[in-house]
Design a binder for this molecule. Structure first.
Ligand code: NAD
Length: 488
């Protein structure tokens, strides 16, 4: 791709309450994937910047300027962050769309409002977080309190940049921690901007820090190795999770991993197809298919297989792909050239091992933008790479099944276990399917529905631990048991 230069914005690190360049002055380019132009010049951080940020975070933590505030005071600040983010919704939505390539309707109606909601939710929920107390007998009582951990390292991916960063920042701040965030190198813009918004809302200097840079051998790895950083909350690829676990082992950090997925979407013949089919289209193609919770494998009972495949193809052909900033665009650009090439390599496999019924090519008219036409693939073997590996793009394989047992076997056939959907009107079958599927989250006759109090995360290679509600608050705190003996 030939890269042209727009009027790039500057994205520095944010350390100890100030935007700063790298000591080396090195930078890297952030590309607008819809236009192929450089839209931001980003400071390239490494060990030195991580040292500075971790030091500032530790000093702020020890000063008590945030960690010793009352929960009510901290939550009031988080509430103000939500207000400020909503006031600046248009600016953040546009920035996210330019950085990531996703449609403006998704950032303005989905990602950014949800980012504000992450702060609003934890500002309210954390205030009713219950600590434990057991009166064992007439002379003995045991209480278990939660204390902040200290410096928390957060590492986030590019597919839902601000949404997933704030999902970690809000509970970490609520519990009184200090933070060093390393956003994805492909989408650093909104997290970097968020830093000044947190300051305006009242987060003291040093409590929230952002270091921009790459992963392995760069800022990301330095963060996972740093002795002052006591925990790492990571969302990204399974292979990266493994690498982080190895690096973090030496300093025995507390770890939370939200990793890859290959969600099964299972439609039985008794399902309400008027709901199931349009939802299956959204589950496969929303965010260009770049969602860990995507319904990225569709299994359909053979009796209705042809009907569903025909309808899915019809829907996929009608998806409006184009300029992500246009309000009627339904599908935007893929995030990077490298990622587009990866998805296209899987489409080559699909041509060889199966049959592509629609789409599956790069849209020439929109080049140098990174646009793919949404594709539906059939006739693949259940154990083909296309069916088992995470592709993370706008391409959906569909396979028929005859029995519940077969559907279960197909659903559980990948190393992943993040999410699944089951469509049926039969409550007994739903019970059998939901108990048989090995996944952290299962939807019945819906997809993507969430209550932020429920545990969020994956089984098998999809993760370690859970986020959401008390699960996040527990991760971002240490339990301490204090036992009393007293005279009644
Ligand atoms: P990625 O693992 O390549 O990168 C994620 C982050 O990790 C980036 O900030 C990157 O710089 C950093 N990183 C990379 N190598 C590192 C290392 N060795 N040490 C420390 N940090 C390192 O993931 P991605 O491509 O940005 O995101 C897509 C992946 O994220 C997909 O697999 C998707 O399923 C997953 N994801 C999971 C969830 C979930 O909740 N389970 C949500 C969204 C995305």
């Amino acid at each position: 791709m030939t890269v042209k230069r727009d009027m790039p914005i500057i994205l520095d690190h944010y350390i100890d309450g100030r935007y700063v360049q790298s000591a080396s002055q090195e930078t890297f380019a952030s590309i607008n994937p819809a236009r192929g132009t450089i839209h931001a010049t980003v400071a390239l951080g490494g060990q030195e910047e991580i040292d500075l940020a971790a030091g500032a975070a530790q000093a702020a933590f020890q000063s008590g300027v945030w960690s010793k505030k009352s929960m009510a005071e901290r939550c009031a600040v988080l509430g103000r962050v939500a207000d400020l983010l909503l006031e600046r919704l248009d600016e953040f939505a546009e920035l996210e769309t330019i950085d990531n390539g996703k449609p403006i309707t998704e950032t303005s109606q989905g990602d950014i409002p949800r980012s504000a909601q992450n702060f609003r939710f934890f500002s309210q929920y954390a205030q009713s977080f219950v600590e434990e107390c057991y009166t064992t007998n007439q002379v003995e009582r045991h209480i278990a309190i939660r204390e902040p951990i200290g410096v928390c390292g957060l590492i986030t991916p590019w597919n839902l940049p601000l949404y997933l960063a704030t999902w970690k920042i809000a509970p970490a701040l609520a519990m009184g921690n200090s933070i060093v965030l390393k956003p994805a190198e492909a989408t650093p813009a909104t997290a970097t901007r968020l830093a000044s918004l947190l300051r305006d809302a009242g987060v003291p200097d040093g409590v929230f820090n952002v270091v921009n840079g790459l992963g392995a051998g760069s800022a990301g790895e330095a963060l996972t190795r740093h002795p002052l950083v006591r925990s790492i909350s990571f969302t990204g690829e399974t292979a990266t999770g493994r690498a982080i676990m190895r690096t973090a082992a030496d300093s025995l950090k507390k770890l939370s991993f939200e990793l890859g997925g290959k969600g099964a979407n299972i439609i039985f013949a008794d399902a309400d197809l008027n709901e199931a089919i349009p939802t299956a289209v959204r589950a496969a193609f929303r965010n260009q298919g770049q969602i860990c919770l995507a319904g990225s494998r569709l299994f359909v009972e053979r009796k209705i297989y042809k009907q569903v495949v025909d309808a899915m193809v019809e829907h996929a052909k009608n998806i409006r792909v184009g300029d992500p900033l246009a309000p009627d665009t339904q599908m935007g650009a893929l995030v990077t050239e490298e990622h587009l090439q990866k998805v296209m390599s899987y489409l080559d496999l699909a041509k060889r091992d199966g049959r592509i019924l629609c789409g599956g090519y790069r849209i020439k008219d929109l080049e140098p933008g990174l646009f793919l036409s949404p594709s539906i693939v059939v006739d693949l073997a259940p154990d083909s790479r296309f069916m088992l590996e995470e592709i993370f793009g706008p391409t959906l394989p569909i396979l028929p099944f005859d029995t519940e047992e077969e559907a279960l076997q197909l659903a559980n056939s990948t190393p992943y276990g993040l999410s699944a959907s089951v469509w049926s009107q039969d409550i007994d079958r739903i019970e059998r399917m939901t108990s048989g599927i090995k996944a952290g989250m299962i939807w019945v006759n819906t997809w993507f529905a969430r209550d932020l109090r429920t545990p969020f995360g994956g089984q098998k290679d999809s993760g370690l631990g859970r986020e959401g509600g008390r699960y996040s608050l527990e991760f971002f705190s240490e339990a301490k048991t204090i036992s009393y003996k007293y005279r009644a």
